[in-house]
Ligand binder design. Sequence first.
Ligand code: DLL
Length: 445
Amino acid sequence: MGAPNELSRVAAAGGHLHAAQETMSRDELAAVQLQRLRATLANAHAHVPWQRARLDAAGLEPQALRSLDDIRALPFTTKADLRDQYPFGLFARPVQGLARIHASSGTTGKPTVVGYTAGDLERWAELMARSLYCAGARPGDIVHNAYGYGLFTGGLGAHDGATRLGCAVVPASGGGSERQVALIMDFHPRVLCATPSYALALAEVADSQGIDLRRSGLAIGLFGGEPWSAAMRAEIDARLGLHATDVYGLSEIMGPGVACECEQRDGLHGWEDHFLFEVIDPETGEPAAEGAAGELVITTLTKEALPMLRYRTRDITRVARERCACGRSHLRILRVAGRSDDMMIIRGVNVYPSQVEAVLVGRPGIAPHYQLVLTRHGHLDRLRIEVEAEPGVPEGRFGELAADVIHHIKSLIGVTAEVAVLAPGAVPRSQGKAVRVRDLRPKGA
Ligand code: DLL
């Protein structure tokens, strides 16, 4: 098992792909941001009637913008706005001038549609290459890309970034896990890109075939697209023998590569020369106190086709602005705990799925596969946790394991949950983003 050596190799690698941009002083960054914000507002004002109306109503004259804070006069943009303007109403370029269109299906109604000019794709590839490098990938690496290809931005986003960095990409996409494991063992990629839940699904398939992925030569993982806990990271590090790093992004803003961890793994560097980040109190819309948790709001600074102004991500996080030990000056987005949409309220206690995950993963006898089932009884919501026993645990012990999980959920999160320990393989596996919550509560109640 080469994990410790690999870790020191990653730590020793250091360096930055775009050193001038990644290490500039915060004052320089702010100056770049202000100039780009003016250009972005001008682009939106000139080409998107919906944005022009909002900018005019807010009295924001793009070229007269004096400080980054002036943008607070502008109302937020939400997913609903994108849906209302379906499909191309927020585009600042005619569709004929675009190079690519992506869409996310979402759970309700119309998909969210996003467009890119050739220049937007260039910058996305650069930022994803920067992210890969930041995580420890290097030109010449083989990158096994198990993000889904298609309308989802994960596959093509990681693909273009790895190509830009000078890597050889294996465009595996999601699914066909046995074949993926075989390819990983035969090709010896140094880098794996996948959702964290799919990385774990690959480890499980390898285990069931008696294959040890720690011997594959994988050194670095770039995992994102869904929330994952520190406990899940430890599990993935151990089972795949690599250094699992967190990468964040969303299609409305660009796709993967909006932010990425460096070898310190202490928050994700949000690329501030291309995005303006705010953290707000989701209730009031006011800025959260410095360092406090809140909803991440992002404004694009270099997007041509789809300039986004104050987009409410629904992602709950905190940011740190001190310079990181890696030398990068760009702020760090601390692990995204979850989306405000995914927050459950169980007898008055706010709970995110990732908090439950942190309790489950690594618990003796329990496998890291779970789903949360929400039901309503009278006026109260109830939480049922479906989790699997590790292979080899006799069924006679399931009751005792369930009692242990109930106890730890109560003492660590403060909620009472029902727990069902199921046989190995009973929880559906993901090929992309895992479905963590099954909400069986009556709609509209
Ligand atoms: O998931 C883009 C992406 C692909 C990012 C691959 C990273 C890797 P969407 O499908 O639009 O785009 O979903 C975006 O996924 O608002 C978060 O709620 C969640 N998300 C993405 N990355 C992370 C992460 C892609 N590292 C939504 N941690 C976002 C937690 C994440 N949540």
